[in-house]
Design a protein around this ligand. Structure first.
Ligand SMILES: [Zn+2]
Length: 316
């Protein structure tokens, strides 16, 4: 039977024998189903050491037989890869296997899909400036897409990888939005309207993402929704109503606003929509910046409450 061993030094040792590895560093017993893994009688050992950037391979047939069921060949490919982000993700993959447990790799899996889209404005003056910002080592920020004022769309990270765009915040029960979202930055200094060319390009991209990853309508949000009081992008110029008409995010029907019943609790409604109401004043201000715009105080007026009630009734 094929044995697949994790060693404490970060080394993976694959041995085609029923006997245990002689290394004293081994920690776990690996399990590989015989029906899945093909062995050859003359198989010898393959050693891949990520930390030492070293590959020792003595039997390629064994590696090929494992290509669909173990991370080994993936690591092997890393050695020849020039793509730093992909290499980093593959190395992270190695840390995702807990070495103190038995390991029996399944063959049925794919990558986790983004379930939210978060929209930002860059607060910068050009798309080139933003691209440079996301490529400088010290900035520690990034997004999947940047959209220029002229509608140019630049993808900067694979959709399946985790960009650093959301930071600290909370939406519903989600506190690590980077892990579940696509980040889209719109080239905008924060004090100017968003050109139609830019919004049209955004709508096309959103449509693509929504259908590809089956992202719910309510899961298209702004940075300020997630981090009220800390972030205020996209600005009040951003056309959330236009997006909602196309199925990205939510909006109210101004023609059918009605007072809510006496039992309606506006704080609960804000929380159910997603806002972090632990600081109610910043949550209300974030809500009003998006839906009221002309008044961004931290108090809900009777009119604001009718809008909140309409959203709550329609979408939650
Ligand atoms: Zn932002």
């Amino acid at each position: 039977m094929m044995k697949f061993k994790w060693l404490a030094c970060g080394m993976i040792l694959l041995v085609a024998t029923t006997q245990s590895c002689s290394s004293s560093k081994k920690k776990t017993k690996a399990i590989v189903a015989p029906a899945v893994v093909k062995t050859t009688p003359s198989s010898e050992s393959i050693v891949i050491d990520i930390e030492e950037q070293r590959v020792v391979e003595s039997n390629t047939a064994v590696a090929q037989s494992q290509s669909n069921v173990t991370p080994n060949t993936q690591f092997e490919n890393i050695q020849q890869s020039v793509s730093t982000p992909e290499r980093e993700v593959a190395e992270l993959h190695a840390t995702g296997i807990q070495r103190n447990y038995d390991f029996a790799p399944t063959i049925h899996y794919d990558l986790r899909k983004p379930q939210f889209v978060m929209i930002h404005h860059t607060s910068q003056n050009s798309i080139a400036q933003t691209i440079r910002t996301f490529q400088l080592a010290h900035t520690q920020v990034s997004s999947h897409y940047v959209i220029g004022r002229d509608g140019q769309v630049v993808q900067m990270l694979n959709d399946y990888q985790r960009a650093w765009h959301a930071g600290a915040g909370k939406w519903g029960n989600i506190t690590d939005m980077n892990s579940v979202s696509i980040g889209i930055e719109l080239d905008n200094n924060g004090n100017e309207p968003f050109p139609d060319l830019q919004i049209n390009a955004l709508l096309i991209l959103l449509n693509n993402l929504k259908s590809k990853y089956r992202i719910p309508q309510t899961n298209f949000i702004g940075h300020s929704d997630y981090a009220p009081g800390r972030k205020d992008d996209p600005s009040t110029y951003f056309p959330w109503e236009t997006l909602a008409e196309r199925g990205f995010g939510i909006w109210y029907n101004a023609n059918y606003l009605a007072p809510p019943p006496p039992t309606f609790n506006s704080t609960d409604a804000l929380r159910i929509i997603g806002y972090d109401t632990s600081n109610l004043r910043t949550a209300v201000r974030s809500f009003k910046k998006k839906y009221i715009r002309t008044d961004v105080s931290s108090e809900l007026t009777p009119y604001d409450i009718m809008i909140l009630y309409d959203l709550y009734r329609k979408f939650y």
